[in-house]
Design a protein around this ligand. Structure first.
Ligand code: IYR
Length: 230
């Protein structure tokens, strides 16, 4: 029987999936190449002010939005900011929250754990990086008559999309940082977001400052992060 280009499931069209099966040898090599490429990704806190074209940011966002999501609701909005005045407002508000966090909200243990990263309350990258991408999660959608429409597994979905965005940024030869000023609600206000959106993550995007140094961290070996049941 000839393979159909599409079929019907519950009255909905399903299209033929384009498979991408590799030979065993290619499979081993391709997975290894990608691991080695991603193993070079590092969180970078110092940026060059070199511009990055808007088109690139749009492509990175489209890549993130290929992520799987609960019932394919894609419960996210990626806000991309290059406007200098707005970046300054974001920096000022983030630093105001971070000051309180570092001075009173974070435990001594937490601050000790962060010592190797060399973080502090000052966030110049929020003005220097050419783009800030603020990821918002949609806790629900808003229907035609203003009613709440459910989304599913919102944190998981937006977390996966954010991971794919970080991967895409690295793949483009750019750098980013998962910045989470806490609390983050100032971002919804500054960016005029609708009532169903909550800030999830802030990612500065750009080229690293040259030279840039990053903490000499090591990643856990396979034995420490996995268990095989064969
Ligand atoms: N949000 C603060 C503190 C901070 C917390 C964690 I957990 C980090 O891995 C890094 C920083 C800041 O951005 O400095």
């Amino acid at each position: 029987m000839a393979t159909e280009s599409h079929i019907s499931v519950n009255g909905h069209t399903h299209v033929l999936y384009k498979t991408n099966a590799l030979s065993q040898v290619e499979l081993v090599q391709q997975s290894l190449d990608f691991y080695e490429h991603l193993d070079e990704r590092r969180s970078v806190r110092e940026y060059a002010d070199t511009p990055v074209p808007k088109e690139v940011i749009e492509t990175l966002i489209k890549t993130a939005s290929t992520a799987p999501s609960g019932a394919h609701k894609q419960p996210w909005t990626f806000c991309a900011v290059s406007n200098a005045a707005l970046k300054t407002k974001i920096r000022e508000a983030a630093e105001a929250e971070e000051k309180v966090s570092y001075e009173s909200r974070m435990s001594e243990r937490w601050k000790k754990d962060l010592e190797p990263m060399g973080t502090n309350m000052y966030k110049p990258f929020l003005e220097i990086a050419p783009w800030l991408i603020i990821v918002f999660k949609k806790v629900h959608d808003i229907g035609e008559n203003g009613e709440k429409v459910n989304n599913y597994y919102v944190n998981e979905s937006v977390g996966i999309a954010s991971g794919m965005l970080i991967t895409a940024i690295h793949n483009a030869g750019l750098v980013t940082l998962t910045h989470t000023p806490s609390p983050m609600n100032f971002l919804a206000k500054l960016l005029n977001r609708p009532s169903n959106e909550r800030a999830f993550l802030l990612l500065p995007v750009g080229y690293p400052k040259t030279p840039t140094y990053v903490p000499d961290i090591k990643r856990k070996p396979i034995e420490a992060i996995s268990e095989f049941y064969e």
